[in-house]
Design a protein around this ligand. Structure first.
Ligand SMILES: NC(=O)c1ccc[n+]([C@@H]2O[C@H](COP(=O)([O-])OP(=O)(O)OC[C@H]3O[C@@H](n4cnc5c(N)ncnc54)[C@H](OP(=O)(O)O)[C@@H]3O)[C@@H](O)[C@H]2O)c1
Length: 333
């Protein structure tokens, strides 16, 4: 069974919706703090159980693949929550954990969540669990939040920033659901390069001895060949074998800074926005801690280019171009 945590949140919920397009509902379970918030999923045949990261226990029983959606916490709180969740996954005998990390995860990042992701990646590596670390791109909804007040005032007053490969929840959810759906017992290994090099393991799953060739054939259970969507560097990293460790950054198609984002928003809405660079200390005034430190750290990390490299891997996984910031803003502004 595939179990999704954080299914009452934006990403987890979207993953479940996409999963239900790919697998039967009785193969999907969710672990949520408040089952009433996802009562509709129970009505649709999904196993709904109560669980907190501190005590996932019975809510992840029987999980072959577990999506551990990172907790919206920082510092000791996030490492404690994830430590407990990883311990629970070991105790439950979970076959593989998928963890929603972030591009730029690093213990020295000025953006506090990146330090929590780096610590969690380290804990997963030391846990002995088979695991896949999804290095998700920065959510595009952050841009919409930053632009909201600017669209009213006509001025975007934030510290100097750097370009970011903004990424939508919808694209990340689609990619995650595909990986989870491929990770079911009895599924063939999803990729091989050449039939002559394909070997079968004891469990009947295909294994490629050389998954790095130029043409990667991917055949789904229903016989559809989706080779075209899973070729290039991602194919062997993410599907040649069961994906292990960190993926490449899963990002939108291009890096965009906030000055350009303001121009895009002005074009879409017809309301001009002047981008004004303000010192970090001025920006932090009036913001509560830890939000002030978080936001200042985000701009600093973006100036360092931690969220800049845009790659093809997300588009390869979902089999279509990843959503551009402009197309996303057209949907939400
Ligand atoms: N890639 C990025 O740019 C980016 C940006 C921001 C955040 N993130 C990370 O991505 C995660 C998912 O994003 P999202 O947009 O889906 O966030 P979200 O809508 O805030 O959802 C967070 C989910 O985590 C659950 N949760 C919180 N604390 C928990 C706990 N102690 N035990 C069990 N579940 C708990 C929430 O449950 P309740 O509904 O019960 O509160 C909710 O389902 C975030 O939590 C954060 O770690 C990434």
């Amino acid at each position: 069974m595939i179990i999704v945590t954080g299914a009452s949140g934006q990403l987890g919920r979207a993953v479940v919706e996409d999963l239900l397009e790919l697998v039967l509902a009785d193969q999907v379970g969710v672990s949520v703090r408040d089952p009433e918030r996802v009562a509709d999923l129970r009505d649709r045949g999904v196993r709904v159980r109560q669980g907190d990261y501190a005590s996932l226990g019975p809510s992840i029983e029987g999980a072959t693949a577990l999506l551990l959606v990172s907790a919206p916490l920082i510092g000791d709180a996030v490492t404690q929550a994830h430590r407990a969740a990883i311990d629970a996954a070991v105790a439950a005998g979970v076959k593989r954990v998928y963890y929603t990390s972030h591009m730029g995860a690093h213990p020295d990042s000025p953006f506090p969540p990146m330090r929590g992701h780096a610590a969690t990646e380290h804990m997963l590596a030391a846990s002995g669990l088979a695991h896949t670390v999804l290095r998700n791109g920065f959510y595009a909804n952050t841009v919409a939040r930053l632009l909201g007040p600017a669209l009213q005032s006509g001025e975007l007053r934030i510290p100097e920033d750097g370009a970011v490969a903004w990424t939508t929840h919808a694209d990340l959810a689609a990619a995650t659901a595909r990986l989870l759906a491929d990770d079911r017992p009895g599924r063939p290994a999803p990729a091989h390069t050449d039939p002559s090099t394909r070997t079968l393991t004891n469990d009947g799953r295909g294994r490629s001895s050389s998954p790095t060739g130029p043409t990667t054939h991917v055949v789904t259970d229903d016989g559809r060949d989706r080779s075209s969507s899973l070729t290039g560097p991602t194919a062997h990293i993410l599907t040649g074998e069961r994906p292990h460790g960190p993926t490449p950054a899963l990002t939108g198609p291009a890096a965009v800074d906030m000055a350009e984002a303001a121009e895009i928003a002005a074009r879409i809405t017809g309301r001009p926005i002047r981008r004004v660079v303000v010192p970090a200390d001025e920006f932090k005034q009036g913001l509560p801690e830890p939000t002030a430190t978080m936001m200042a750290g985000m701009f600093e990390a973006s100036r360092r280019g931690e969220f800049r490299p845009a790659g093809p891997e997300l588009a390869n996984l979902i089999g279509r171009p990843a959503t551009s910031l402009e197309d996303y803003l057209k949907q939400v502004l």
